[in-house]
Design a protein around this ligand. Structure first.
Ligand SMILES: [Zn+2]
Length: 168
């Protein structure tokens, strides 16, 4: 018998126990000089972090960690949406997700929704560049629509899997 690796998140403070994540390996991989700009998304590395802004003429060009993840097809978060409620509310749910991501992204340009993938069983899988964003979207859905939220991660892995499900 294989054990369900997912833990149920109680309503209210759903996913409070997250691992002490080491830095994203895509961040640790290199030290960027300042300023650096990402040719794919235009984010600027300055003052020790990636942010929005106009690239100074002298900026070096290197792909930012989020764009590297997207390029490598290597999400840091998966959120699976399932249950009968989804089909009837697909548009508003997707809108809530996009608004949430946009608000986060305004402050943190590397927090992105990568893709929305339809699954054969009618579920929808969202992929993200950041585990904290994945958690936040899952919690936002539960707080807006109730439903069941559970999650799974492995120690030492910069990756969070979340599932949200509402049946009716
Ligand atoms: Zn980028």
């Amino acid at each position: 018998m294989s054990q369900n690796p997912y833990r149920k998140a109680p309503q209210g403070h759903p996913i409070r126990m997250l691992p002490e994540w080491e830095h994203d390996p895509y961040h640790a991989r290199r030290k960027w000089s300042e300023p650096t700009h990402c040719p794919d998304c235009g984010a600027i590395f300055q003052d020790g972090r990636w942010q929005r802004g106009a690239a100074p003429a002298a900026a070096e060009a290197h792909r930012c960690p989020a764009c590297q993840r997207i390029q490598a097809h290597d999400p840091a978060g998966y959120l699976r949406l399932g249950g009968a409620f989804l089909a009837g509310h697909r548009q508003e749910i997707e809108q809530l997700v996009r608004h949430y991501v946009e608000r986060q992204q305004a402050e943190h340009p590397l927090k992105r929704l990568i893709a929305i993938n339809e699954q054969e069983d009618g579920a929808v899988e969202l992929t993200f560049t950041d585990p904290h964003l994945t958690r936040g979207v899952g919690e936002a859905l539960q707080s807006a629509y109730d439903g069941e939220l559970d999650y799974h991660y492995q120690d030492g892995e910069y990756l969070l899997r979340v599932r949200w499900c509402r049946d009716a």
